[in-house]
Design a protein around this ligand. Structure first.
Ligand code: PMP
Length: 295
């Protein structure tokens, strides 16, 4: 299947307050965001005309920018509206929504005090991160070479582009070996998250998930915890050692793109997608489409 490059599509991109033709939404090669990773972004999904947890995502975008020491020159309400308008302008009611904010070209150097802050929003159709077959069987994962850094090493709670460098390297290594994704440990050696989603495990009907103290406390993660608790499932947030994976029967990853995706293998450990994973996968799919009351 021929790839359709992301810079060569029809449609409209919201750029600094205006719609520009998709192919014209460009930046200069001397852009601070490109050279020094001074960029923050979001990943959202619109389901049947509504963006799930839109304001939470926009607020996280603003928080990420603040952590990177820049201020987005719009209000949260303006960006919320711009996300909705971009979907409408492109005629989409089911879409992936990608806002991004970055430092411009006025200065190239470590100091970037006087750079202009730009914001763009692009939307496109992206049905499922993983194929339906992969979802039903569970995806296979290996261990990543890189570890999630300490909060003293990187601004770990920002959804910042620079933090994805080790994710892309790890995901490529996994794909080269025939796996779908890689599971990352943290700087202490505890199980952390995948290259783009949070992780949950099941034992004896109880959910266990790593404490998000050095990686994103994902919006999907928080929704799934609420859904599980509403169903009477106990949820334990704690540090999990890799060797404890032998004790778990089910495993799944969650994120805006991944939604709820069962996992059949992480390295030497195997899991079987069961009633808790598949139940939460269905509940989440219904909840985001407003066919189930939010927990
Ligand atoms: N961790 C990483 C590294 C991610 O990229 C994502 C996706 N944004 C998540 C976790 C899950 O976050 P959310 O549920 O807010 O999409």
């Amino acid at each position: 299947m021929a790839l359709v490059p992301f810079d060569d599509r029809d449609g409209w991109i919201w750029l600094d307050g205006q719609f520009v033709a998709w192919r014209e939404a460009k930046v200069h090669v001397l852009t601070h965001g490109l050279h020094y990773a001074s960029a923050v972004f979001e990943g959202e999904r619109m389901y049947g005309g509504e963006i799930y947890k839109l304001t939470e995502h926009t607020e996280r975008l603003f928080k990420s920018a603040e952590i990177l020491d820049f201020e987005i020159p719009f209000t949260v309400a303006e960006i919320d509206q711009a996300c909705k308008d971009t979907c409408a302008k492109n005629g989409l009611t089911d879409a992936y929504v990608r806002p991004i904010a970055w430092r411009g070209s006025e200065m190239i150097g470590v100091s970037a005090q006087d750079t202009r802050i730009h914001v763009a929003i692009a939307v496109w159709e992206w049905p499922s991160y993983f194929s339906p077959e992969e979802k039903a069987k569970g995806i296979r994962m290996c261990w990543a070479k890189y570890k999630r850094p300490s909060p003293e090493t990187e601004p770990v709670h920002a959804k910042a582009t620079g933090l994805y460098m080790i994710c892309t390297i790890s995901k490529h290594a996994a794909e080269k070996d025939g796996y779908t994704d890689a599971m990352m440990l943290d700087y202490r050696g505890y199980v952390a998250e995948s290259t783009g989603s949070n992780v949950f495990f099941v034992t004896d009907g109880v959910l266990h998930t790593p404490t998000p103290d050095c990686f994103l406390n994902g919006i999907t993660r928080q929704s799934v915890i609420a859904l599980a608790k509403a169903k009477g499932i106990e949820v334990v947030e704690r540090h999990i050692k890799p060797e404890e994976l032998a004790d778990f029967t089910e495993c799944f990853v969650v994120g805006t793109a991944a939604e709820v995706t069962p996992v059949s293998q992480i390295g030497e450990y195997n899991f079987t997608p069961g009633s808790i994973s598949l139940g939460l996968m269905d509940d989440y799919a219904k909840m985001v489409r407003r066919q189930l009351q939010p927990a």
